[in-house]
Design a protein around this ligand. Structure first.
Ligand SMILES: *Cc1c(COP(=O)(O)O)cnc(C)c1O
Length: 383
């Protein structure tokens, strides 16, 4: 049998049944696939592949959807984070606070900007960064915090924003897993100085390749981001600063624009599926993700449960035909890439414990009730 990650595994029979796939991409929806193929055909006929009307149109729509004044399309979520930091003037000598329980890109962006990530532990209940954890990690060099709305769950932003305001620290939200999640009625990404999004294909809003965006209400920052993503070019052949090629492709922008129209509905389906799965697992041997706190939201990019016997659980689920994964097996501070920071096992104990206990179950907008029931049955039978 192919590995659980392979797309082919989505249709591999187990015990005469079909696996519950981990997620579904656009090729699983024939109508959407045809619509997006028409979009690709249209853009390719026009041969307008970089910037231009498609990118501007998507940026307008995405900014409005995020209730922000500006959106700048870039080449990936990692680029969005790096350019947001550089656009805010953060670089060598500066420290940026990052939760160690995240995808490594959050820290990499800090390194790419020339600054130093200061990795901190997370809250046991939410698995997210909190104002208290940030406050304990402040140093005279702290210039910025990157709250990560991990799995699609919103960080408790109000106390964090107040703390950062008090200390003159910037807030760059990593909303790469949280498109459309709302905190006190406001979309994730619109709360800090800048909000960063990834359009990697499996994200809640996914392109047909890589892409990203930064949203902000700061017109000067938006202008700098437009320079930073494209050779510092202010007007044709006039380069204000040395930069790079970090643009969002027009083909991706056009695809994203079409998919944005479906995103509220897709998120609503994710919330419903996540809620149903949580309820179905209430009396099971695993701990389902807690409901979002009063002011928060969860758009279930991932549905993450905890078990002290995680490896056995994974084996049991795989045998039962339930795809599963770990996000993420190694906290950033224990990755070889960040050995230079000098953190050791035991230093950030909550995130380390989570890394041993977490297991991501299937969740996606078109998941069926029968699939939710099969996931729950498999988990409940894990004795
Ligand atoms: C996906 C992701 C990123 C990076 O996005 P890319 O588009 O893959 O570069 C950053 N942070 C988090 C939390 C992510 O999930």
């Amino acid at each position: 049998m192919s590995s659980a990650r392979s797309p082919a595994s989505a249709t591999v029979a187990v015990d005469g049944d079909v696996r519950v796939p981990f997620t579904r991409l656009d090729n699983a929806d024939p109508q959407l696939l045809a619509e997006l193929q028409d979009v690709v055909a249209r853009v390719s006929r026009e041969a307008a592949f970089t910037l231009g009307a498609e990118v501007e149109g998507f940026e307008r729509d995405f900014a409005a959807w995020c209730e922000a004044d500006h959106a700048v399309g870039v080449s990936s979520g990692t680029a969005a984070l790096e350019l947001a930091l550089r656009g805010l003037g953060i670089g060598p000598g500066d420290e940026v606070i990052v939760p160690t329980n995240s995808f490594i890109a959050t820290a990499e962006a800090v390194s790419a900007a020339g600054a130093t990530p200061r990795l901190v532990d997370v809250d046991e209940e939410s698995a997210l960064i909190t104002a208290e954890l940030v406050e304990a990690a402040l140093t005279p060099r702290t210039r910025c915090v990157i709250p990560v709305h991990l799995y699609g769950r919103t960080v408790e932003m109000e106390p964090l924003l107040a703390l950062c305001r008090e200390h003159g620290i910037r807030v760059v939200e990593d909303a790469c897993q949280a498109h459309g999640a709302r905190y006190r009625g406001r979309p994730a990404g619109s709360l800090g100085d800048a909000g960063c999004f990834s359009f990697y294909p499996t994200k809640n809003l996914g392109a047909w390749g890589d892409g990203g965006a930064v949203v902000t209400d700061d017109a000067d920052l938006a202008e700098r981001l437009r320079l930073l993503r494209s050779h510092g070019e202010a007007t044709r052949h006039h380069h204000e600063l040395p930069a790079r090629t970090d643009r969002l492709d027009a083909l991706q922008a056009a695809i994203l624009r079409a998919k944005l129209e479906r995103l509220d509905d897709a998120n609503e389906r994710r919330r419903a599926a996540g809620g149903a799965l949580r309820e179905a697992l209430a009396d099971s041997p695993v701990a389902p993700p807690p409901p979002p706190a009063g002011d928060g939201d969860h758009v279930f990019h991932l549905f993450v449960v905890r078990s002290s016997r995680r490896e056995d659980l994974r084996q049991h689920l795989s045998t039962a035909g339930i795809s599963n994964a770990i996000h993420y097996p190694t906290p950033i501070h224990l990755q070889p890439a960040y050995a230079e920071l000098g953190l050791r096992p035991g230093d950030l104990p909550v995130a380390e414990r989570l890394a041993h206990e977490i297991c991501s179950l299937p969740v996606f907008p078109t998941i069926e009730q029968s699939q939710i029931e099969r996931i729950a049955a498999a988990v409940v039978s894990f004795g």
